[in-house]
Design a protein around this ligand. Structure first.
Ligand code: NI
Ligand code: MN
Length: 226
């Protein structure tokens, strides 16, 4: 069974019998997140960029669960400097795992460490697990790299930010869903703060008008993918 849990903000947990993959684990600093860390198995941690609402608990969890943090080179080095296990990659880098693969792709945003240092480029990450391709857009505006990702990789599921201010908004995310050619879309990066409030029911209606599936997930909710 392949399951996808929404933790809140841009944090997700993907699991099957082998893997427990944590993405952008902004948990202890986010009062709206829901995740039972004690009953989860954590094998790998992915971080799209260095902002604290994405790096989150990656460093302490790496130490606690002896799991590597996979991130862009400079951010991985930062994690290692803080005592975490980390593996640095850059755009286009594909990492193979017993459970599948992850490829880092461009996002248009900024990225810095919690101290304001350079953290390399921000990323989107394309996961392939149990034959399912899941695209986590990270923080980004609408950008035509998504057309390339759609043409070449054809993700099955797209996790897209919709909250605006720091990322694209609902209307841009609808175009992103089209360009990515994703059949199933899940919004993220909204309602955590007042600045990123979004009407996800409007988003769902518009995504469904494209003939695509849209799931609005509550923090803590899990869906079975396969
Ligand atoms: Ni950010
Ligand atoms: Mn963010």
């Amino acid at each position: 069974m392949l399951a996808l849990q929404y933790i809140g903000h841009s944090a997700f947990y993907i699991s099957n019998s082998q893997a427990g993959i944590l993405i952008d684990p902004f948990i202890s600093g986010n009062p709206k997140s829901v995740f039972d860390i004690n009953s989860a198995k954590i094998t790998d941690i992915f971080v799209t960029h260095g902002h604290s609402d994405h790096l989150g608990d990656a460093i302490p969890f790496s130490k606690e669960f002896n799991a590597s943090v996979f991130a862009v080179f400079e951010l991985a080095n930062y994690c290692m400097s803080k005592g975490a296990k980390a593996h640095g990659v850059n755009m286009g880098g594909k990492i193979k795992f017993p459970w599948g693969s992850a490829r880092f792709l461009p996002a248009f945003h900024s990225s810095s460490t919690p101290e304001g240092g350079y953290a390399g480029m921000p990323a989107a990450i394309l996961f392939e697990i149990d034959g399912v391709k899941i695209y986590h857009a990270g923080d980004t505006c609408l950008n035509c790299e998504m057309k390339t990702a759609g043409e070449i990789y054809k993700p099955d599921i797209a996790l897209l930010p919709v909250g605006s201010n720091y990322t694209m908004d609902i209307d841009e995310a609808i175009t992103a869903a089209k360009w990515l050619e994703a059949k199933h879309v899940i919004p993220m990066h909204y309602d955590t703060f007042d600045l990123i409030k979004a009407d996800t029911n409007d988003f769902k209606t518009k995504i469904e008008m494209l003939g695509k599936k849209c799931t609005i997930m509550r923090p803590g909710e899990t869906i079975t993918i396969k």
